[in-house]
Each structure stands twice: as C-alpha cells, then as structure tokens.
Design a protein around this ligand. Structure first.
Ligand code: ADP
Length: 414
C-alpha cells in the first residue's frame, strides 16, 4: 500500500507546487503550496457562484504580494470561478501554466468503500465518484464539476482525488454497519462511511508527535469541531470508529445539523407534520444543531449571549457539550486505553469554554484540563491537561489543505 498517510516529510525538500481545490456546490476554495518547504504561496475563495453577488477573495502569501484582493460580480459557474482564480494566481506570477505546478489535489467528499487512499484521477475513477452521487448528493456533484473544470484547464497535469471518507475505511464491520436488514443496506450501500477523514488523519498523527510517540503506539480520540463536527477513535493510527455515518448528519451537535436523533423523528415529521423528505432534509441539515436551538451557529456569538444571561444560548451550549461528553465516554470504551483527547477545527481550536465543559467531570476517565493552559491562544499543537492527568488533552490545529497537498505530492512525485 502506498498510502502517504504516515509519510510526514517524505515529500518535503523536493521542488514542486500543488494546487489544492475544494469545490462546493456554490463555492471553490483554493490554496497553492510550495512542497519544498510546505509553505503557502496563495489562498483564495470564490463564493456565491451562479449568483449576481459572487465574490472572489484572493490572498497572495509570498510576503511581497500585497494584501487580499477582492472582486465582486456574477461568476456564472465553476469553470468561470476556476479561470478567475487562475487569473489571480497568474497576476502573482503563479499561473497554472507554470512548469513548477506538479499536480492538482482535489478534496472529494465521498469515496465509498473503493477509495481507501488518494487516487490519481482517470476516466474510470471519475465514473466511480459519479456512481457515489446517490450516497453524497450534496457534495460529490460539486467535487466532480471542480475536477472536470481543472482537467479541462490543465489536461496534461496529474489530478489527484483525496477522499474525506478514506481514513475511515479501516473501521471494522461492527462499527461501520447499521443494525438494519442486511439485504436492504447492501442494495443501497447504506453503512457508516464517516467524513472529515483528512483532518482526523492529520490531527491524530500530529497528536502522536506531540506526545513524542509514533502513530502506531497511541490511541487517540479526535474531536473535529468546526461548523460541521465529528469525533473519531483512532487506535494505533487506524480509525476504528467515527461519529458521522452514511452522510455527515449523524453524531455530534453541529452548527446547523442535528447530529444523532431517533430516526422515527423523520416518519413523525412526515406523518404528523406533513413534511416532505426534502423539507425534513433541510430541517435536519440546515435548520437544526446550534442554529436550530438558539438561532446562532457561531460559538463566539453563543458565548457572548450566555455572558449576557441568554437562557436559549446556554441550553444550546449545554446540549452541544453533553453530546461531546457522551462521545468521549463511548470512544474511551471503544478504545479501551486512551492516550489523548484532541480538540481541533474552528470551535475545538478556539473555544476554551467548550474544551473546559466537555472535559469537566471526566476525572474518572483520567481526563482533566488545566485552566491556565486552556486559556492560552496559540496556532501550534499544545497540551492543555495538567501533568498529573492519566490521559493527555491537546489542541492540535488542523490543516486539511496541507494534508491534501502532501498526499497529492507523495503520489505524483516519483
Ligand atoms: P468549517 O470548516 O466546518 O466551516 P471551521 O472549522 O472554520 O468550520 O469552524 C467554524 C466555526 O468555528 C465557527 O462557526 C465558530 O463557531 C467557530 N469559531 C471560530 N473562531 C472562534 C473563536 N475565536 N472562538 C470560538 N469559536 C470560534
């Protein structure tokens, strides 16, 4: 197996640039990285594609390129978005026609069971990603559009798909299968796939390094708490359990998603409230979670409201934290021995109150947070547990773009 999941450093030192593309339904995020030192040359975002109010923000990061440049006005589709981004890169002397560009790495949300590692995109691979659209209707079509557009722009260049699901394909059957009729499940490829895998892989590896150990020697619980949120249990470098399932809806309370609910809530909403499947989908994915509970999904705003005595915000926070605790306890049981609980992504990296509340009362599990260490703001991996704690608690900033670039470069650089 040539998986570069554990190849920290193998690709470094060699010349070459990688463009990382993350294509959403109405947005494209991009970063250009120099793999000789893993530095970022430029980053950008095109949002509201297809609307009159499209916006491109391009930030040169080479030091002498000036500040962010913004362009507003309709960008009709992904093709136009990528061409606009390419023009901005060219203006910085970093055009996509540069011989130094070694590959384009694409974030692809759903790789099903077939894609267990980063994969050079061929027609066959693209067809398989298309075949997975029924299990990822919101994500894979946008990823495919991004890939096709980039391939049309640079047909000669290797394009690599890095799958959000890949890291979770090591989950054992007893964790991946739902307890439903096997024939029905298999006929429709219904099982737990998990997402955010690139982040869980990167963060669990960094956490091992923070403990001064090899990934195969540690068991960690990773809590990726962004707007979307997921937990994973990683045993010796391999994912054995994760909280997202067939889709990213399962598991933790998120910014706008409910996470775990009794599935009968959906029949109830259909039968009693007369809602359609699409309406329930929107309710659970877009109007639930923190936003559904208190009207805000930004943890900073929720904390501000709590400080002002807002009870709805306080209850939303408590529900969010209660779910986190349940998963920490469950994954401790799944792993048997835990070396570290690791917080990452927007909330995990920045919200000391969430970290404190999630770990509070878990002393019996060997967990504790040191208030002073927890209050430190820093962009580097760090421990926030006191020396006496049996299990380390850490904050490890995630870097999905660097991980995609590293995996992409390791695959094409030979
Ligand atoms: P995603 O990639 O899923 O969009 P991020 O990982 O960027 O999300 O996380 C975004 C979330 O992080 C915001 O919605 C907000 O709740 C939270 N967040 C960002 N900065 C802070 C901060 N300084 N304090 C608390 N929460 C923060």
């Amino acid at each position: 197996m040539t998986t570069p999941n554990t190849t920290e450093g193998t690709a470094a030192g060699k010349p070459g640039r990688v463009l990382v593309l993350n294509s959403g339904s109405s947005s494209v995020k991009y970063q250009l990285l120099d793999m000789s030192d893993r530095s970022r040359l430029a980053a950008g975002l095109v949002e509201r594609i297809g609307e009159e109010t499209s916006r491109l923000v391009h930030t040169p990061l080479t030091g002498d390129g000036g500040g962010p440049r913004e362009r507003e006005g309709r960008i009709a589709d992904h093709d136009e978005a990528l061409k606009a981004a390419a023009a901005e890169l060219a203006a910085d002397g970093l055009g996509l026609d540069s011989p130094e560009l070694a590959a384009i790495g694409h974030r692809v949300v759903h790789g099903g069971l077939r894609f267990t590692e980063p994969t050079v995109i061929t027609d066959d691979v693209l067809k398989e990603i298309e075949r997975l659209v029924p299990v990822a209707p919101l994500h894979n079509p946008a990823n495919i559009t991004g890939i096709r557009t980039a391939m049309a722009l640079r047909p000669d260049l290797p394009q690599v798909a890095v799958f959000d699901t890949a890291f979770h394909t090591t989950m054992p059957e007893h964790a991946a299968r739902y307890a439903i009729d096997v024939e029905t499940a298999d006929a429709h490829r219904i099982r737990r796939y998990g997402f955010h895998g690139t982040s869980h892989a990167y963060v669990s590896r960094k956490a091992a390094a923070l403990l001064g150990k090899e990934p195969q020697d540690v068991n960690v619980i990773v809590l990726h708490l962004g707007n979307g949120a997921s937990a994973s249990a990683v045993a010796g470098g391999r994912c054995v359990e994760t909280s997202m399932g067939l889709t990213p809806l399962e598991g933790l309370v998120m910014g706008t998603r409910s996470g775990d609910i009794d599935p009968a809530v959906t029949f109830h909403l259909k039968r009693v409230a007369g809602m359609s499947a699409d309406e329930i989908d929107v309710l659970l994915n877009k109007r639930s979670g923190l936003v559904g509970l208190c009207g805000d999904n930004d943890m900073r705003e929720i904390r501000r409201r709590i400080d002002e005595g807002d009870e709805r915000a306080a209850l939303a926070f408590d529900i969010y934290v209660h779910r986190l605790k349940k998963y920490i306890g469950a994954y401790t049981a799944v792993l048997g021995r835990v070396d570290a609980v690791v917080f990452t992504a927007g909330v995990g990296e920045n919200s000391a109150p969430v970290r404190e509340a999630a770990i509070a009362g878990l002393e019996e599990l060997g967990l504790a947070v040191d208030a002073d260490l927890n209050a430190v703001r820093s962009a580097v991996p760090r421990l926030i547990s006191p020396d006496y704690a049996r299990v380390a608690v850490a904050v490890v900033p995630t870097d999905e773009e660097l991980e995609i670039a590293t995996q992409t470069f390791a695959l094409v650089d030979n």
